[in-house]
Design a protein around this ligand. Structure first.
Ligand SMILES: [Zn+2]
Ligand SMILES: [Zn+2]
Length: 275
């Protein structure tokens, strides 16, 4: 049994998830969760299959608020969104939001998904980065850094998302000092925003990676800078709602974290012990 008993990064059939919101809440209650935060992909004006359709945003809010009432006293349900850098939606109406970068914007106005088909990312690297994966990673980190500094989210989602397709394409040497420096330099200024750095197990559930985002060297630096972390499953399918939480908690302990932060039952954000 893991200690986290919550996930603030959960998708449903309102966006690209497989599980309807009521079924996800039922699974969370069955696992003894203290809280559950829904975080559908915020509306955007491209790649419509991926996000909440703009004309269903109010329905999304209403359904999550109804679930909050239904589970009151048992498990606290929060209304959040995962807001992509290129989203047109405002996070103002939500209990919390995650900032994420899932796309590169090409000069022709189209977007290339970063964690979509490997061949699309490879084409972007060939066409716009001179074939250099490190240059692509630098572009990605700079976009995420600027987005977090501007939007000031509660949570920084999957900080090193480029690792997903790198596991297939091998565009970047993730052990190289140059890559590590690029990632650390982008992460360092985000500490001052007091955002939570997400330990995201979603790629483990989807069998794309064997370890969470972000890599241990980033989590280690974040702790040295006094940063706080939140363990999330980025769940798209209820059967993986707490997937690999034990491993994530063990990793955090091994890096010297004594506690993490989660959505609380009473308070919005609460610390819980990892020891
Ligand atoms: Zn995401
Ligand atoms: Zn997500």
């Amino acid at each position: 049994m893991s200690l986290t008993l919550s996930s603030a990064h959960v998708h449903t059939t309102f966006c690209d998830g497989k599980t309807p919101a009521p079924d996800m809440a039922k699974t969370a209650a069955g696992l003894g969760f203290v809280s559950l935060g829904f975080s559908s992909h915020a509306p955007q004006d491209f790649d419509p299959g991926y996000c909440i359709p703009p004309d269903r945003e109010e329905e999304y809010k209403a359904q999550i608020r109804a679930l909050r009432q239904q589970y009151e006293g048992r498990m606290t349900i929060y209304l959040g969104i995962e807001r992509d850098h290129f989203s047109c939606a405002s996070p103002a109406d939500y209990d919390y939001f995650l900032s994420a970068v899932h796309y590169f914007l090409k000069p022709d106005g189209h977007h290339t998904p970063i964690d979509g088909r490997p061949e699309d990312l490879q084409s972007y690297v060939n066409d716009y980065c001179g074939g250099d994966g490190l240059q692509m990673a630098r572009q990605y980190f700079a976009m995420l850094r600027d987005d977090v500094l501007e939007m000031k989210p509660h949570i920084i989602a999957h900080f090193d998302l480029v690792r997903k397709n790198n596991a297939v394409l091998h565009l970047i040497d993730e052990e190289s000092p140059a890559y590590r420096r690029a990632a650390l330099d982008a992460l360092r200024p985000l500490r001052e925003t007091n955002a939570l750095l997400e330990v995201n197990t979603g790629a483990i559930a989807r069998k794309k990676l064997s370890t969470p985002y972000p890599a241990p060297f980033l989590l280690e630096a974040w702790r040295e800078w006094g940063g706080e972390v939140i363990v999330n499953s980025d769940c798209h399918d209820a059967q993986y709602l707490d997937c690999a939480f034990d491993e994530a908690e063990e990793l955090l302990r091994s890096l010297g974290y004594a506690h993490a932060v989660r959505l609380g039952k009473a308070e919005k954000w609460e610390r819980y012990s990892l020891l």
